[in-house]
Design a protein around this ligand. Structure first.
Ligand code: GRG
Length: 295
């Protein structure tokens, strides 16, 4: 029987939303503005791909949802923080995200900066509360998040992205940006899922290869969708990369080659899953969906 990914995503998203609701301070908690702003972006309707990858990786390693869920929520908090900051006038200057006005459009720039900061901080608070596992203690988990969110991965990608605007950059530099800006957090999501299941070193290596390749393919598809889809379909401003004169896979290697590379990376991601001997159906279905997605 084929895997019902839509039902799976609905189920996991509901669990993640319940978790996030529990981990974030109540909207009315003082000072209410910041908590409303954090909740506004967290519950604005993201696809919850990174938490789904985290939970699916845990499952592939025989883990339990209850153990992986906090880490899935922590990753989503970091992702949402990065979107809130990315949308600020000093960064990408956008007014539409997840189909809604961006955080700073609703709450003002100061609160949007602070809401991003607070979401990033919450992620570490959640990680500190998880129980830790024989092969992976709190130090490993927190370090994993810190390295991914830090100045050599997520922020490095954003810095290179900002510095590359309006410039002609080689494909190797674009790959550097995509690896850090996007792939690193998807990779972190599956690795943390594996860690929450006390996975073996071989399983962790397989998840790392899977996450890296799926993450890179994800951003190449994102580059393609920016050109081919409308803002309504994406829930964010389409055509942004062209308008900002940003280097993208389609602008450097063309549309056909971009699709070929994304397909090749997805193939590598599938091969990385061999170690699970057919017991990672959710990861397989997610990799295929991320290649074929239209939003
Ligand atoms: C430190 C000031 C400061 C800013 C950091 C790290 C950072 C800002 C930005 C990260 C860059 C970024 C936004 C990368 C894009 C990755 C990407 C394709 C995001 C969209 O992911 P989806 O499609 O979004 O999963 P949803 O809304 O569905 O969750």
């Amino acid at each position: 029987m084929s895997f019902d990914l839509q039902a799976y995503l609905r189920r996991q998203t509901a669990a993640v939303d319940r978790g996030l609701n529990r981990f974030l301070p109540a909207a009315g908690a003082k000072p209410a503005t910041i908590h409303r702003a954090m909740r506004y972006s967290i519950f604005a309707g993201g696809k919850r791909i990174r938490p789904a990858l985290c939970l699916a990786a845990a499952e592939a390693c025989g883990g339990r949802l209850v153990d992986a869920l906090p880490l899935a929520c922590a990753v989503e908090c970091i992702h949402t923080y990065s979107l809130v900051h990315d949308d600020l006038p000093a960064m990408d200057d956008d007014d539409l995200r997840r189909g809604k006005p961006t955080n700073h459009k609703v709450f003002g720039e100061g609160i949007a900066v602070l809401a991003g900061d607070a979401l990033l901080t919450v992620a570490f608070g959640i990680a500190a509360q998880c129980k830790g596992w024989p092969r992976y203690n709190h130090r490993n988990i927190i370090l994993e998040l810190a390295q991914t969110a830090g100045s050599q991965q997520l922020i490095a990608g954003q810095v290179a992205d900002l510095e590359g605007e309006g410039k002609k950059i080689p494909a190797s530099q674009l790959r550097y940006i995509h690896e850090r800006k996007t792939s690193a957090l998807l990779c972190c999501a599956v690795r943390l899922g594996g860690m929450s299941a006390n996975c073996t070193p071989a399983q962790l290596q397989a998840l790392t290869d899977f996450g890296y390749n799926v993450g890179l393919a994800f951003q190449i598809i994102d580059d393609i969708l920016d050109v081919t889809q409308t803002s309504e379909q994406l829930g964010k401003t389409a055509g942004k990369d062209t308008a900002a004169a940003k280097a993208t896979y389609p602008s450097i290697v063309g549309m056909k080659e971009s699709r070929r590379i994304a397909g090749q990376l997805t193939g590598r991601a599938f091969r990385a899953l061999r170690v699970f001997k057919g017991k990672a159906p959710a990861l397989e279905a997610l990799a295929e969906y991320l290649l074929k997605r239209d939003k």
